[in-house]
Design a protein around this ligand. Structure first.
Ligand SMILES: C[S@@+](CC[C@H](N)C(=O)[O-])C[C@H]1O[C@@H](n2cnc3c(N)ncnc32)[C@H](O)[C@@H]1O
Length: 278
C-alpha cells in the first residue's frame, strides 16, 4: 500500500531486518556452510562489470551478512569494509570474516545507517564503492544516498550498483504484463508480509517494512549530480528470483520470461567513476 512516509519507517525497517538475520544465516538461500567452503556469492555479471579488484579497497554499503563483501576479498581486494544498520547482520559478517582468517585490516564491518556512512567508515574514500540487489528500495532519498556514496569514491575510483529494475515493481505479480502501480510514485510502500525471501514460511513478528521505488532516471541523475561520470547503465533481461509467476529458471540460475514473450528489463547495473583529477 502506498502512503506518506510513516514516522516509524526507520525503526520498523531495522526491527524487520534484525529479526531476519538469524533466519538468513540458517537458510539454504545463503548457505553459509557452502560459502565458508568457497562458494561464490556474487553474480557473474557483477564480477565481469566490476572487473579486476586485485589490491583495491572496496566499501560495500548495505552489506547485510557480508557474503558479497567477503567475496570481493576472495577476488583479491586488499581491504573490504561492509556497512549495514543491522547490528546482528554486522556481527554475523564479522564472524564469517574471522572464520575465513581475515582480520579487521582485511575485512571490517561497521554498524551504521547508510546516510551516516561518511563518518562511520574507517577511511575517507575507497577505490570501489559497491552496493546492490535489494538495497536502494530501503532508502527514502536517493539524491542524498548518491551524495554520500559518491563522496566516498576515491579520485580515479568508481561506484558500482546492481539493482532490481523498478519497472518490475510496476507490473502485476502473477504475469508481469499488466501495469498495476505507478512507476513515478514517490510515496512509501508499506508492507506487512511475514517471512522473508530466504524462507517464505519462517515465523516472524517484525513484519512492517517501508520501502521506496526509485526510477532509474532518478538514480543515474543523482550519481551524475554527485560529480560521478556515468560509464555505463546496463539493463538485464534476467532476475535473481521468480519476480513474476511467468518467469522461468534457466541454465545460468537466473529467471527470464519464456522466449515467446516480449521482454522487459528485470535488473540494471551502473558504473560511475570519479575522475582522477576531480
Ligand atoms: C536485501 S539486503 C541486501 C542484500 C544483499 N545484497 C545480500 O543479498 O546479502 C538490504 C540490507 O540493507 C540494510 N539496510 C536497510 N536500510 C538501511 C539503512 N538505512 N542503512 C544501512 N543499512 C540498511 C538491511 O539491514 C539489509 O541488510
Amino acid at each position: 500500500m502506498y502512503s506518506a512516509t510513516p514516522d516509524d519507517w526507520h525503526a520498523a525497517n531495522r526491527a524487520r531486518w534484525d529479526e531476519r538475520v538469524s533466519i538468513h544465516a540458517a537458510s539454504d538461500f545463503y548457505d553459509l556452510e557452502a560459502f565458508r567452503a568457497g562458494k561464490e556469492a556474487l553474480r557473474a555479471f557483477e564480477i565481469a562489470e566490476v572487473g579486476d579488484v586485485t589490491g583495491r579497497t572496496l566499501l560495500h554499503l548495505q552489506c547485510h551478512i557480508g557474503l558479497d563483501t567477503l567475496s570481493w576479498s576472495r577476488h583479491g581486494a586488499a581491504q573490504v569494509v561492509g556497512l549495514d544498520f543491522s547490528e546482528p547482520a554486522v556481527e554475523t559478517a564479522r564472524g564469517l570474516a574471522r572464520s575465513m582468517g581475515l582480520g579487521p585490516d582485511r575485512a571490517a564491518f561497521v554498524a551504521a545507517d547508510v546516510y551516516d556512512a561518511a563518518s562511520a567508515v574507517p577511511d575517507s574514500s575507497y577505490d570501489i564503492v559497491y552496493t546492490g540487489t535489494g538495497a536502494l528500495n530501503w532508502l527514502p532519498d536517493v539524491e542524498r544516498w548518491a551524495e554520500i556514496a559518491g563522496s566516498l569514491v576515491a579520485p580515479g575510483g568508481f561506484l558500482y550498483l546492481a539493482e532490481f529494475h523498478p519497472l518490475a515493481d510496476v507490473l502485476d505479480d502473477a504475469t508481469g504484463s499488466v501495469v498495476t502501480h505507478d512507476y513515478f510514485s514517490r510515496e512509501a510502500w508499506v508492507d506487512e508480509t511475514p517471512g522473508t525471501y530466504a524462507d517464505f514460511d519462517a515465523p516472524t513478528v517484525h513484519n512492517r517494512g517501508v520501502e521506496w521505488q526509485h526510477p532509474v532516471g532518478d538514480v543515474v541523475s543523482a550519481l551524475a549530480a554527485a560529480g560521478l561520470r556515468i560509464e555505463f547503465l546496463h539493463e538485464h533481461d534476467a532476475s535473481l528470483f521468480p519476480r513474476f509467476g511467468t518467469l522461468e529458471r534457466q541454465a545460468d540460475g537466473r529467471y527470464r520470461f519464456p522466449s515467446d514473450r516480449p521482454r522487459i528489463p528485470l535488473m540494471y547495473s551502473v558504473r560511475a567513476s570519479r575522475p582522477a583529477n576531480g
